[in-house]
Design a protein around this ligand. Sequence first.
Ligand SMILES: Nc1ncnc2c1ncn2[C@@H]1O[C@H](COP(=O)(O)OP(=O)(O)OP(=O)(O)O)[C@@H](O)[C@H]1O
Ligand SMILES: [Mg+2]
Ligand SMILES: [Zn+2]
Length: 299
Amino acid sequence: MKRYSDLAATPDSSGVRAQVGEQARRLAERLARVRRIVVVMSGKGGVGKSAVTANLAAACAAAGERVGAVDADINGPSLPLLLGARGRAIGRTPEGLAPAAAPCGVRLISTDLLVPADGAAVVWRAPTQADAWVWRGAAEASALREFLGDAVWGELDWLFLDLPPGADRIATVLGLLPERAAVLAVTAPAAVSVLSVGRALELSAAAGRRALGLVENFAAAACPRCGADLDPGGAGAVEGLALAAGVPVLGRVPYDPALRDACDAGTPLVLARPAAPAAQALLALAARLRERVPPGPAP
Ligand SMILES: Nc1ncnc2c1ncn2[C@@H]1O[C@H](COP(=O)(O)OP(=O)(O)OP(=O)(O)O)[C@@H](O)[C@H]1O
Ligand SMILES: [Mg+2]
Ligand SMILES: [Zn+2]
C-alpha cells in the first residue's frame, strides 16, 4: 500500500521548519496567480459540498475560464468521481505536482489520484497508535499545504476547494489561504445541518473570514412526475441562520434526482443537463459568485 509520507513532511524530520517556511513562500507566490479562490465547506456531512463544488468548477470551465479544484477531503476524496476524472494521474515534475485534467477541463488535485487501489485508505505512518491521531492531523495539514503550494497550477481564474465534513479542517485551510478567499457554506434545510453549519460559520469568523454566503441544498422542489411541491421541511431554518450569521443565501439548489444521477455518472449536471432545475440553480450560483468574489490582481 502506498504511504502518503513520501509526499507529506513528517512533523519531526530535520529541517522541517525551513521546509515549511519555503513551502509557505511558494504557496503565496502560486496563489497570487489565482484570481478567485472559493472554499466550499459546511461542517456537516452529506449536504452536497462536493456536488456543488464539482458543478461550480465545471460551469466556470464551460464558460472558458481556467479552473483548478483541490479535493481537501484527504481521507474521503470524491471530486475525481464527480468530475469523471478517476484514473487520471497526477504527474510529478521538478516544479511540483501536475494536476490531473478532468474531461470538462477542470484541473484537479486529490488523494484519490495519488492512491493506487480502490478502497486503499491513506496510511499515516506513526511510531505508535497513540501518536497516530496527532500525526494524522499534522500530516493532513501538510498534505493540504502541498496540494495548494506545491501544485503547478499556473494562472487560474478560479480555484475551488472542497472541504471534508466536520469542522476540524476549516481553520487549517483558511490559515493557508489569502484573505480574499471566499467561504461558501452549504447546508441542507434540516435543523441538524443548519446547527452544524452555524458552528462552522463561527469557526470561519473566528479565523477572520466572514463567509461570503450560504447555499441551501436539497431545497424544496417540484416533483418531476406530477409537479407537486416536495417540501423537505425545515422551512425558515436556513433564513434564520443567514440572519443570525449576517450572511446572505446566495443559492438554493432543489432536490433533483438528475443531480444525484449525474454525480454517479461522473458528468457534472450543468454540462449533462443544463436545463434541469438543480443545474439552473448551480449556474445561477456560479454567476453570482462571479459578481461577488473579489478577484485578486490579474497575474
Ligand atoms: N440537490 C441534490 N439533489 C439530489 N441529490 C443530491 C443533491 N445534492 C447532492 N446530492 C447527492 O447527495 C449525495 C451527497 O452529496 P455530496 O457527496 O456532494 O455531499 P458532501 O457534503 O460532499 O458529503 P461529504 O460530507 O461526505 O463530503 C451524493 O450522492 C449527491 O449526488
Ligand atoms: Mg464531499
Ligand atoms: Zn409527484
